[in-house]
Design a protein around this ligand. Structure first.
Ligand code: SF4
Length: 301
């Protein structure tokens, strides 16, 4: 190509490039990108502001510092004892002011049914065949006790005696639970007792994940209808189901958790205590914490 022709082609492509750039700028302007790039702070300022503590206006009634532990507790997963640590930390450093995230726990996302009642929940369960446990059951074990109890016990699932009678905790473990309730200064009729699944798992095995997923919404509705002040979970299955954790019961027990407006205390299952009576003092300590919250006095001997 001769030099004159090359210069002419070069000038044309420069003009095309200029037009193309102008097109991009107009497109950016239409999208409002111009002001963003013009007005945004420099990158180092963005990084510094992200690393700095967040502050919000507070009143004296609002806790002034909420570390990540409390955020997790708001989600129903961290023990309430972590909150106390957070609260004392907040008193020392009022300048660091972060409000807790309102992240819900898993079961907070299960819809609450306004005006729900236990008879309506039982009616909805009907002659349930929603999961495979229905095949081996004799009776659905819905739950029993005071429909407006302050204290609710939640076990894992019915055993043989419960399957035959239709009532939760009636075998040897049930008798021990009744004794525990009496030791707290209450009668069995004062509390409400239910299980995570309403039908007996074969061979008394633990309920499986699909069975828990299918059946536990009925338990959530029972909790919402009863509105207990305290839920005491018995054994690992019920604690892990409600708290959505894989932590073992020996780690969870004795700690307070927040759950759907109630305080939740995990402790060992009475069936475990029958096999390991040495664990009874630990359970008694857990129950004493429950009694303190409910203002109960131990039964006089
Ligand atoms: S365990 Fe629950 S979901 Fe499964 S069949 Fe029984 S009542 Fe229905």
């Amino acid at each position: 190509m001769d030099p004159a022709k090359r210069a002419s082609v070069g000038a044309r492509s420069e003009t095309q490039l200029e037009e193309q750039v102008k097109d991009w700028l107009r497109y950016g302007e239409d999208l409002g990108l111009g002001p963003y790039y013009r007005d945004r702070p420099p990158l180092h300022a963005i990084a510094e502001s992200a690393a700095a503590p967040q502050t919000v206006a507070t009143s004296s009634a609002i806790p002034t510092a909420v570390p990540a532990a409390m955020t997790a507790a708001a989600a129903g997963r961290a023990p309430a004892s972590s909150i106390n640590v957070a609260a004392s930390a907040s008193q020392k450093s009022p300048a660091a002011t972060i409000l807790p995230a309102t992240a819900p726990s898993l079961f907070e996302s299960i819809e609450r049914i306004a005006g729900d009642t236990l008879p309506r929940i039982r009616e909805d369960i009907g002659d349930c065949a929603r999961c495979k446990l229905h095949k081996g059951r004799t009776k659905i074990v819905f739950g029993t006790g005071n429909p407006s109890a302050d204290l609710m016990f939640v076990g894992e699932g019915p055993g043989r005696d419960e399957d035959l009678s239709g009532e939760p905790f009636v075998g040897r473990a049930g008798k021990l639970l009744t004794d525990m309730i009496k030791a707290m200064g209450l009668q069995r009729e004062d509390v409400y007792i239910a299980n995570v699944v309403k039908c007996r798992p074969p061979e008394n095995r633990l309920p499986e994940k699909d069975e828990i997923t299918t059946c536990s919404p009925f338990l959530m509705r029972q909790i919402d209808a009863i509105k207990p002040k305290v839920i005491c979970t018995l054994g690992s299955c019920s604690a892990q189901t409600l708290l959505q954790t894989a932590q073992g019961i020996s780690k969870l027990r004795g700690e307070w958790f927040d759950f759907r407006g109630a305080k939740l205390m995990p402790t060992y299952h009475p069936a475990y205590l029958l096999r390991n009576p040495g664990a009874k003092p630990e359970v008694w300590k857990d129950l004493q914490k429950v009694m303190a919250v409910l203002g109960l006095q131990p039964k006089k001997r």
